[in-house]
Design a protein around this ligand. Sequence first.
Ligand code: NAP
Length: 232
Amino acid sequence: MKLEGKIAIVTGAGSGNGREIALELAREGATVAILNRTKEKGDKTLSMIEENGGKGISLEADVADAKSFKESISKTIEKYGKIDILVNNAGIFDGQETFPTTDEEDFDKIISVNLKGVFLGTKYTLENMLENKNGVIINIASVAGLRGGTASPAYTASKHGVIGLTGDTATKHGPDGIRSVAICPGMIETAMTKEMLEDPSEQTKELIESIPLKRVGKPEEIGKLVAFLASD
Ligand code: NAP
């Protein structure tokens, strides 16, 4: 097991990529704090971990809300004494919206969850990691963080921002013993893409056709990659 004795936080671990990341980290021996907006979904992930013989805690948290997010990070530190791994995974998606169809409020909402959430998680977890001179922060960005035209303006901007925050953390805190890494998945089969995949538009079909493996990814594949990146 690669992660025995490690304490991990995974945001948005009540579904899709986050759930599989939490399950895989636990399979590799980490104790996992599951932070999710809807507590019941986080509880379900925790029970799946416990059924496999793993350990963890489920906490209700909104990553866009500093008070709620900070409290759940503090509770994790109180219970386990440290944080070794933070996975900033929670995110929302507004499909293929364009500038004319994106309201200011929608833009703010996406940025608050996808980008400010990563800032808050990093800021409040880093305090503990810096004390321990050890930690890894893994941010779930997207191919939409590398180029325009694959998603909405808000989602694209938020994921470009996530890559920016990752680089800032890695360069400023690498010397303190902290690693920060972003991963940029293409389309993955989760609740976020369910509608698009069940009734694919021409654009979605073309997108799948452009993937060298000619298939979308599975959340389990993201889980295994994150477990590798979290390992020493
Ligand atoms: P998903 O199945 O919809 O899961 C998202 C999870 O995040 C849910 O458990 C959701 O909880 C939680 N969440 C949403 N907003 C939150 C908030 N403000 N605070 C706390 N938790 C919150 O989506 P997914 O596909 O697994 O996406 C996970 C990450 O992967 C996202 O960052 C996404 O941008 C990224 N990603 C996905 C794909 C893809 O094709 N699926 C590709 C590239 C990157 P509730 O249900 O309670 O709201």
